[in-house]
Design a protein around this ligand. Structure first.
Ligand code: GAL
Length: 346
């Protein structure tokens, strides 16, 4: 493990980068700004390391300059809330409207912009635990929430764990917003990556505001069907209202079961990423709205430079009778996990 001191924020908080390396040469770098995943180097078919996540060279940019949520830990509650409000135990809570009339990723003061405490570093296990206290009323949510985010690099995977406990009932639906490009972050579009998803259903959106209708719809005979591996680009331009609303894939898929649900393959690198989780859904976001951003190595990222697989409870679930709600009950600890395993296709 290597620790690198980067500097201080305006409020005099020290910023670090930590890099963990496993025996296969995979390397993972994270920072206490936003508990963000900044770099992930994976050996490709030729044994060259590819950094497979989009991000910035200057880590301070994550706290000031990122409206794309590159590598971010999102909280308290990921994705969208219709009308930026919800009711819990008879009380209505209002959040910031930062996506038209709705709330996206909990608003402008998201956890990705906070400076997290470092609770524990375990060099033997290549593991770091960040923690954050989110006070009662923070972003508009009830309850003081203590959250731990653990990153661990194992022999073939990155594991991200989210643990939360609150002193009042609240919503807790964290995710990670890394944009993956398995050919290497600087290598253009992900449209030729191949994707397989163990998801027989998805949650259609009502319009270009991306709020689900509440329906749980079969992917059968639609461009949303990734049960058999296909390239991300194959059907993305189909005249299908869901793809037109979102300008591509930006939808919640209902995972068939807990465990491995995705296989993504970089067409140039032959790097394969398999993703597993104990959460019920995943937002597949093909970077449709990625605003032109100057990223690592001077690379200009734009639409489709990366794909996010955001494990989550379904969007707007608290306002939707049909969906399981991410309510975290008072004084109960909950733990969610997602693992991203890497290999090379033979
Ligand atoms: C995704 C969301 C997209 C877009 C993106 C951030 O999670 O589904 O619609 O808002 O975040 O740019």
């Amino acid at each position: 493990m290597k620790q690198l001191k980067i500097g201080k924020t305006k409020n005099n908080q020290e910023i670090f980068l930590w890099t963990f390396e496993n025996s296969k040469g995979m390397k993972m770098t994270v920072s206490n700004i936003g508990a963000v995943l900044t770099n992930l180097w994976i050996p490709d078919r030729s044994g060259n390391l590819q950094d497979v996540v989009l991000g910035f060279d200057n880590v301070l940019n994550y706290a000031t300059n990122d409206n794309n949520y590159l590598g971010s830990t999102i909280g308290r509650s990921a994705n969208r809330l219709a009308n930026a409000s919800f009711e819990l135990k008879g009380t209505i809570y209002n959040l910031t409207k930062n996506d038209g009339k709705n709330n996206l990723h909990s608003g402008p003061n998201g956890y990705q912009l906070r400076i997290w405490e470092v609770k524990n570093i375990n060099k033997e296990k290549d593991m770091i635990v960040f923690s954050l206290k989110s006070l009662d009323g923070d972003q508009g949510y009830p309850g003081t929430l203590d959250i731990d985010v653990t990153y661990q690099l194992t022999e073939d995977a990155v594991m991200i764990k989210y643990q939360g406990i609150s002193d009042a009932d609240t919503l807790f639906n964290p995710t990670n917003h890394s944009y993956f490009n398995l050919n290497g972050h600087q290598n253009g579009s992900i449209l030729n990556h191949r994707l397989q998803l163990k998801a027989s259903y998805f949650t259609p959106i009502r319009s270009n505001d991306s709020i689900p209708t509440g329906e749980i719809k079969s992917v059968e005979n639609t461009p949303m069907d990734f049960r058999m591996e296909k390239t991300i680009g194959r059907d993305i331009r189909d005249e299908y209202n869901q793809l037109i609303f979102a300008n591509g894939y930006d939808h919640n898929f209902v995972l068939d079961k807990v465990g491995k649900f995705a296989k993504l393959t970089g067409d140039q690198s032959s790097i394969v990423m398999q993703v597993a989780t104990n959460l019920p859904g995943v937002q597949i976001y093909s970077g449709n709205f990625l605003k032109e951003t100057s990223g690592k190595l001077g690379t200009v990222y734009s639409s489709r430079s990366g794909i996010c697989l955001e494990t989550q409870y379904f969007p707007n679930a608290v306002n939707e009778l049909n969906f399981e709600t991410p309510i975290l009950e008072k004084n109960k600890t909950v733990e969610y996990w997602s693992t991203y395993s890497f290999s090379v296709e033979e």
